[in-house]
Design a protein around this ligand. Structure first.
Ligand SMILES: Cc1cc2nc3c(=O)[nH]c(=O)nc-3n(C[C@H](O)[C@H](O)[C@H](O)COP(=O)(O)OP(=O)(O)OC[C@H]3O[C@@H](n4cnc5c(N)ncnc54)[C@H](O)[C@@H]3O)c2cc1C
Length: 474
């Protein structure tokens, strides 16, 4: 690993970078740097000798070549919405990809598009829609998260159940390697069995193997009709059973199935303007379900029949179907703002975990027992993607407690216990947010030595001097 102490030749670095990228491509302005060296939750603050803002792949390659030649470590960054402290620099040169925001190509007949790394997810969705296609990735940070960040964290979100994670949506990658060489792997092919599939190293690579500069992404037919429903549920068991019923009833047309705790709903209503409870109830859980159908005919019957069957089976006690796009958006607004409301409520211990869907109820009840025992009075905000077995099992300190002391003290014991439980259930300690700096030690402690050796061998082969996002993941 390289030395992260401030380098004496930083002035020379800035001079060379400015020569290569021009003044718009380089900054040391403290006001501009401030939001980029602080993470989304305001929990971590880093530092950087210089911010680099390439506007093209050639500029990104030039910047990386210069940093590499001078031995400066680098941290790539997109929207800085990552939640595992992976994109905030700690002495590294910060490479912000936001200026690389071109739509290079849309090929509707091939159902693909090529976007640069800095394109924001909402724009990717709009670009697909403008061509009569659908790009299914959707998540709470979609107004800021970039294609490069989404690729590099293998982002998930609310439509994984039907369309998969980013890994399933990427056809090809263009990247700058740690030594400054450009790899153009932007193939728009569904079939390509020509040796190792290298793009998968960069998907979920969290910027440790290079800078992703563009991606070729899969497009889908736009669903003719989406129906969104909100249901009141008495337990996690009922939610999981309702999911199975909905998948069978709709012939696999469920595109989203999210679990929302009553406490999370209360927080959203408290902190987000204009949100009200769609179906007031004292029940502990709500389910937000979306089904997508190729034809509009009979769609209403499908969702009504599905909810009716769930009610008959005693799985839901009440339900409402969105009557318009605006109503559907309002329901999704609740789900997407839980993390935002949680942030307003307090600093949280975040557990982005997954277990087999069938074991989710067991996880929820055992995890609650652990938190109640280890951190009495703490609030549990557990929500997320039931359909993927992925829960955001977050815990905020007891009211009145010193939040930082909690996170660094008993919170660590809670996290270890939650992760032990996840492993006991054959789950994952990072379902979709990645490892970053936050879970690096956990990863090393929980992966098998063989798996860690293979990962380190890949890192050493592509980045022998450890210059690219050091201290993240490995
Ligand atoms: C409110 C909220 C809701 C969220 N919901 C979800 C969710 O449902 N599902 C989910 O998966 N995530 C979710 N996230 C997490 C986050 O949005 C994703 O991790 C997203 O992919 C990060 O994109 P970004 O552009 O902000 O990346 P950044 O935060 O800038 O970077 C993330 C990581 O990728 C690396 N990186 C960024 N760009 C590049 C690049 N071009 N080349 C190489 N490495 C790069 C960084 O070094 C860092 O390690 C949520 C976050 C928030 C704040």
């Amino acid at each position: 690993m390289v030395d992260l102490e401030p380098h004496r030749n930083a002035d020379e670095l800035v001079r060379r970078l400015t020569d290569a990228l021009g003044p718009r491509g380089v900054s040391t302005d403290a006001h501009e740097l401030e939001p980029l060296i602080t993470d989304w939750r305001g929990r971590w603050k880093g530092a950087t000798p210089v911010l680099v803002k390439p506007a093209s792949t050639a500029e990104a390659a030039a910047a990386v070549s210069i940093c590499s030649a001078m031995g400066f470590p680098m941290t790539p960054q997109g929207g800085n919405s990552g939640l595992v402290n992976g994109g905030v620099p700690y002495g590294e040169v910060l490479i912000s990809m936001r200026r690389m925001d071109k739509v290079r190509e849309v090929d509707p007949l091939n159902d693909s598009m090529i976007l640069e790394a800095g394109v924001i997810l909402t724009r990717a969705q709009e670009t697909a829609a403008a061509h009569g296609r659908f790009f299914p990735l959707s998540l709470g940070a979609e107004g800021v998260a970039t294609i490069g960040g989404l690729v590099s964290t293998n982002a998930g979100g609310v439509a994984v159940l039907r369309y998969g994670m980013m890994r399933d949506l990427v056809l090809g990658i263009e990247a700058v390697l740690p030594d400054g060489r450009i790899w153009n792997g932007l193939r728009g092919l569904r079939k390509d069995n020509t040796g190792y599939d290298l793009k998968h190293l960069f998907i979920g690579g969290e910027g440790t193997l290079g800078v992703v500069t563009a991606a070729s992404l899969k497009l889908f037919p736009a669903p003719a009709l989406r129906q969104t429903a909100w249901a009141v549920v008495g337990s996690c068991e009922d939610a999981v059973a309702c999911l199975a019923l909905a998948k069978a009833y709709t012939g696999g047309a469920v595109t989203g199935f999210e679990l929302i705790p009553a406490f999370g709903l209360d927080l959203v209503m408290k902190h987000i303007p204009g949100v009200r409870d769609p179906l007031p109830s004292s029940a502990p859980w709500r389910v937000l379900m979306e089904i997508s159908l190729a034809r509009p005919e009979g769609a209403r019957d499908v969702i009504e029949g599905c909810l009716g069957a769930a009610a008959e089976a005693g799985l839901i006690s009440d339900a409402v179907i969105a009557e318009s796009e605006a109503q559907a958006r309002m329901l999704w607004k609740i789900r997407e703002n839980i993390a935002v409301a949680e942030r307003a409520h307090g600093k949280a211990l975040k557990h982005d975990v997954s277990v087999p869907v069938s074991r989710l109820p067991e996880f929820m009840s055992r995890a609650e027992g652990l938190v109640r025992r280890l951190a009495p009075g703490a609030d549990i905000i557990a929500f997320g993607h039931v359909g993927d077995g992925n829960m955001h099992y977050n815990v905020t300190p007891p009211p009145g407690a010193d939040q930082d002391a909690f996170l660094e003290g008993e919170g660590l014991i809670v996290s270890r216990a939650v992760h032990d439980l996840v492993c006991d259930l054959n789950g994952s300690i990072s379902a979709e947010h990645g490892i970053g700096r936050l879970k690096r030690d956990e990863l090393a402690a929980r992966k098998s030595p063989v798996e860690m050796d293979m990962m380190r061998a890949i890192k050493a082969a592509l980045d022998p001097r450890g210059l690219m996002n050091p201290g993240r993941v490995l």
